[in-house]
Design a binder for this molecule. Structure first.
Ligand code: SF4
Length: 531
């Protein structure tokens, strides 16, 4: 069932996604739970690369009475602009905000000042209740029964309206509102639970939000429907998928029994909880089917304790070793730079240790001060200074000054291109042949930045050429050996072309067949090559 595409709905539910490819999950939950208002509502998705004037124009063209906007860390600035434009052009349209970015520390926010109402917390049911009340009392033409006792028939409604975390059993599941195009072309999110029982102080999920599980039978029924409609990639947003072992196992068994080549399932895991009954089913998944996002964050137990993150490092090591060596799981492990009390040396030791486990990806995240999170209690003691604008990344602390933080920020970005992209699987380890992976990669990062003065929009062939130059020139590695690794990487994806700088290392008969790629290739051609 597609979302209602009314030309002139009373309610428009909108958000700005980080990229077009991300289908807005929360918006579909709100739409699914509108009840009798659903025929009077429509969904409108945009992305942050669109111009805010165009977004406002598209919203106004629908002539709604109410616009609900999902506000997140990635869209807060652009959404503020959209709301400002809407309120200047059509001040009578009621703007209701929701989402994590406007659920905490709301007093000082410009977007909150501009909006009519803000629903804090999980708004799945409350949004419908507020719309019902507004349409009946203020702008409505037909009587609607308000069933939400917490609104107390109070009018005008308060600006800030808190929503209690709803029970899953009271929610209509949103999966029917993914369209066929969503299923075919976008990242589709699903969830079997909400909340997290842990207390990591940098994380929004630690804010005393009870863990709630979706009733399993209807949830699996909805997953079956998505499979039947052709969905192949499922991204679970559960913060701790392996919390309830029986449920995790049932869900994994469900997908394994229906697995077809090309299907892919992504889960977020806590890394120190992988007992035998879960290991057994994980090990039966074929290559390319499972991806686990494993939040390590820090290997320093003192830092872990300081930020109230409970982690058993022995079990974590054992589980990483198991996943890497006895399963086909693609591991995406997370580390954070800038935690209170974590020095560069401590981070480096953690990075090197994680490299030793051989995960396919290591995401180096820069600490963010998310609104409402208790990480701020360390600000004075550790000199924590964060950017004032979203995503509120750390700028410096007592142990890592601004200049060093900038180097680490670039390290994280280049690591994405070199270590995580899958483009240099054979070549990247040459960077740290004889020394600490962190030290060597930081040196490469500094060298690369001195050459490029940027960390993005780097064509793959240019990056490969610079990496070759660094490995053979700076590290003095044997050129044929480096070329051999790079040729393997270049051809792994089935490419038939060949960068010019590698041509002399290619066996003669292959060289004739290969098309040369010049470093100055046009951008469009570079994109065609997956760059
Ligand atoms: S970081 Fe992970 S384990 Fe910690 S509170 Fe957040 S979701 Fe829970």
């Amino acid at each position: 069932m597609a979302a209602n595409m009314l030309a002139m709905p009373d309610i428009v539910l909108a958000t700005l996604n980080a990229k077009f490819i991300h289908a807005a999950f929360g918006l579909r939950y709100l739409f699914a739970n509108l009840g009798e208002l659903q025929p009077r509502a429509t969904l409108a998705e945009f992305d942050i690369n669109q111009r805010t004037l165009d977004i406002a124009e598209a919203l106004l063209a629908r002539q709604p009475k109410i616009i609900g906007l999902g506000v997140y860390i990635w869209n807060a600035a652009a959404t503020t602009e959209v709301v400002a434009i809407l309120k200047r052009v059509r001040p009578e349209i009621i703007i209701i905000l929701g989402g994590p970015e406007v659920s905490y520390e709301i007093e000082a926010q410009e977007i909150v000042r501009l909006a009519d109402h803000v629903i804090t917390g999980e708004a799945d049911l409350k949004f419908a209740a507020v719309c019902r009340e507004l349409l009946e009392r203020q702008v409505g033409t037909q009587a609607l029964a308000c069933t939400d006792s917490t609104l107390k028939r109070e009018f005008p409604l308060p600006k800030i309206i808190p929503a209690e975390p709803p029970e899953f059993s009271g929610l209509v599941l949103p999966y029917d509102f993914y369209t066929a195009a969503d299923l075919a072309h976008r990242i589709v999110y699903v969830e079997a639970s909400r909340g997290c029982p842990f207390t990591c102080e940098f994380c929004l999920s630690s804010l005393d939000i009870p863990v709630r599980a979706a009733p399993l039978e209807p949830f699996l029924g909805a997953m079956q429907k998505l499979l039947d409609r052709g969905l192949r990639q499922f991204k679970f947003v559960d913060r701790t998928f392996n919390l309830n072992l029986a449920t995790s196992r049932t869900i994994l068994e469900f997908f394994l029994a229906r697995h077809q080549p090309g299907n892919f399932y992504h889960f977020e895991m806590i890394p120190d909880r992988l007992p035998a009954e879960l290991r057994e089913v994980i090990a039966r998944f074929p290559p390319g089917a499972l991806q686990f996002e494993v939040g390590v964050q820090t290997f320093n137990p003192d830092v872990g304790q300081r930020i109230s993150r409970r982690q058993n490092y022995e079990r974590l090591a054992d589980n990483l070793d198991f996943l890497r060596n006895r399963t086909q799981v693609h591991i995406h492990a997370d580390l954070i730079v800038g935690l209170p009390g974590e020095s560069v040396e401590s981070f480096a030791a953690g990075f090197d240790r994680l490299i030793g486990f051989g995960p396919q990806e290591i995401q180096v995240g820069i600490l963010k001060r998310l609104r409402g999170t208790p990480i701020v209690r360390h600000d004075a003691e550790w000199g924590m200074v964060y950017h004032a604008q979203p995503p509120y990344e750390i700028l410096q602390n007592w142990l890592i000054n601004f200049a060093m933080m900038q180097r680490l920020r670039r390290f994280a970005k280049y690591w994405e291109l070199v270590g995580n992209s899958g483009n240099f699987i054979g070549t990247a380890p040459l960077l740290w042949r004889d020394e600490s992976p962190f030290t060597s990669c930081l040196r490469f990062s500094d060298w690369l930045y001195a050459r490029l003065a940027r960390t993005d929009s780097i064509a793959l062939v240019r990056l490969a050429e610079l990496m070759f130059e660094f490995l053979t020139g700076e590290l003095r590695l044997d050129a044929p050996r480096v070329a051999d690794a790079m040729l393997g990487d270049w051809q792994r994806g089935g490419r038939r072309d060949l960068p010019e700088f590698l041509r002399e290392f290619q066996p003669a008969k292959n060289r004739e067949r290969a098309q040369p790629v010049r470093t100055s290739m046009p951008k469009r051609q570079a994109r065609h090559l997956g760059i």
